[in-house]
Structure formats: C-alpha cells, structure tokens
Write a protein that binds this ligand. Structure first.
Ligand code: SAM
Length: 306
C-alpha cells in the first residue's frame, strides 16, 4: 500500500476498496469454517459480541447494527428478544447475504437492511421514521470511518443522533495502542504471525504518530481467509473525546484479553469452554490469541434519561 487516505478523494477510494473487498467475500460453508486456521478466533469474537449483547440489550429493544456485514449477529439479537432491527453496510454483497440469512431463518423481529456508508449518510434523516434506537452495535467496523476527521465525526454523530437518551452503543475496534506498540517492537514496518499481518507504509518509518493528525493513519491488514484491506488506527483518546463532544459518555473499554479474563470468570458467560474456544481438547492457538490482543471492546451511552 503506497497511499495515504487523509484527503477526501482518497478516503472515498479507501471506502470503495473496503466495500469491494467485503462485497466479494463469499460465505464459507460450515465445513470450511471448521477447518480454518482461525476457527477459534471467530468463535471467540462471536462469544465477545454475544456477551456484549447479553450485557446491554433488553427484551423489546429496537436495534441499529452499523457495518452489519452478512448478518452474523442476527441470531444473537433474536435470542435477546429484540422487536426491530435495522442493519446498514457499505458492501452490497454483504447486504444481499444478510437479507438471504434473514429471510431463510424466520427471525421473530421485523428488519430493514440498507446499503450505505455510515461515515457519509445522515442517519437522522435516512432513519427519521424509525428513531430513536435503544441500542446501536458497531462490530469490527467503526475503524473504517477513521480515514478523515469528517468521516469519523459523521460516524460518531450518527451513533449519537440515532440513540435515545440513555441508549447504548456497543462496539469492537482494533486497539491502536497495541498495534503501535507492536510496530515499534518490530524491526521493519510489518509484523504478524501465521494467521495475520499488519503492514505500515514507508511514510511511517519513524514510527511516530502526531497527536495533531489522528485520522487517516492507515495500514494494510491481512487476516487469513477473512480480511485483506486498508484499515485505520483509532487513537482511543480521540475516540473518547469525540464521544463526549457528541453528547455521549464512555461506559467501558477493554482489550479482548482483559475482556476474556474478566467475563470468563462469571458463571453466566463461561460457555467459552463448551463452545470449544478455551480449555477444551481443541483450543485457541497462540497465533489466534495474539490476533485477539489487537482488538478492544467499548460501550458508550447517550447522555440523558429515557
Ligand atoms: N459487524 C459484522 C460482524 O461483526 O460480523 C461485520 C464485520 S466486517 C469485519 C466489517 C463490516 O463493516 C463489513 O461488512 C464492511 O462492509 C462494513 N463497513 C466498512 N466500512 C463501512 C462503512 N463506512 N459504512 C458501512 N459499513 C462499513
């Protein structure tokens, strides 16, 4: 990757690259998933999203899923007893797959699926008839908005504008502190293991990141069989200050390792062992566990009482 996506035209290119990448990804069969070298990581990610949903969703909730992908979380939302679901994704192919999954499974809630860019659309206008939402979920997607300040602001403003007072946003993004630390520990500009790689461009050869330009810090991310596209760092202090600026507050932030250690101890969530991620005969590999360390989960709440 030899380009920086800080300007608005290149940020449009980056968004298109991401949309094309996810659109082209076909659904793997159950058998393919089970033999994948990241099968346990996928289960771990699903478990983390399930715990977040169990912690923050309530029966009867109206849900907005930003970057909903192929609808991998629809079953989790059904289990939570929600009453309405809106899913938005920039990738037309993912929205089509999500639609197929929704219609085939006969979920108990009505749904609307929209193909669009959450960092460009005005969701208060596009969803005017459906507002407000009780809970917003943005799983492994918000960092794609961090290509420019305007896009990051639009994404955060969209979350705030669509939530009811007291409503919650649950999310997962790459952990910028871990990624920068790993970059600095490595000799060159690329690090990774048998299942992933992160590659920064020469312009970051000094491995210094100015706090005055916290947007458009791009790297190429490869995750075996799943991801191959440019991603952006989300410096968490900048994320938190935007959250505050847009009338929300941070409830918690936890790196995935901390999240697992914390919630696995609680009997209610210990099914991690039974779903075969940790502790059983077949367990997560060290290389997959290292990928988990690259991510964090966050929860923010819209100020005010409902
Ligand atoms: N949230 C889903 C999940 O957890 O299974 C999908 C995660 S996938 C890693 C990231 C998704 O974000 C992709 O489906 C991608 O198309 C979507 N995405 C990326 N940038 C987006 C944007 N600007 N607006 C809407 N969706 C976006």
């Amino acid at each position: 990757m030899n380009r920086r996506y800080g300007s608005s035209s290149t940020s449009v290119d980056a968004a298109r690259t991401v949309a094309n990448h996810y659109s082209a990804r076909r659904n793997q069969t159950f058998e393919e998933r089970e033999v994948s070298p990241i099968v346990h990581l996928r289960k771990l990610n699903n478990w983390i999203k399930s715990v977040l949903i169990q912690l923050y969703a309530h029966r009867g909730d109206v849900v907005l899923d930003l970057g909903c992908g192929k609808g991998g979380d629809l079953y989790k939302w059904d289990k939570a007893g929600i009453t309405y679901y809106v899913g938005i994704d920039i990738a037309q192919g993912s929205i089509q797959d999500c639609h197929a999954r929704y219609t085939n499974a006969r979920f108990r809630f009505p749904a609307r699926l929209i193909c669009g860019d959450i960092a460009e659309m005005r969701l208060d206008q596009a969803l005017a008839d459906e507002l407000p939402f009780d809970i917003c979920s943005c799983q492994f997607a918000l960092h794609y908005s961090w290509t420019t300040e305007a896009r990051a602001r639009r994404a955060i403003a969209n979350i705030s504008a669509t939530l009811r007072p007291g409503g919650t946003c649950i999310g997962t993004i790459p952990d910028a502190n871990v990624i920068i630390r790993k970059l600095r520990e490595t000799r060159g500009l690329c690090f990774g293991n048998s299942v992933y790689s992160v590659r920064f461009d020469e312009e970051f050869s000094e491995k210094k990141f100015k706090s005055s330009s916290p947007f458009g810090i791009q790297y190429m991310f490869h995750l075996e069989g799943v991801v191959d596209c440019p991603e952006s760092l989300v410096p968490f202090d900048v994320f938190e200050s935007l959250v505050k600026e847009y009338d929300m507050e941070l409830v918690f932030v936890k790196n995935f390792h901390e999240f697992v250690h914390h919630y696995m101890k609680l009997p209610k969530y210990k099914e991690m062992r039974t779903i075969g991620v940790l502790g059983g005969q077949s367990t997560i590999s060290e290389d997959e566990w290292e990928v988990a360390y690259l991510y964090l989960s966050f929860v923010v709440r819209k100020r005010g009482q409902c």
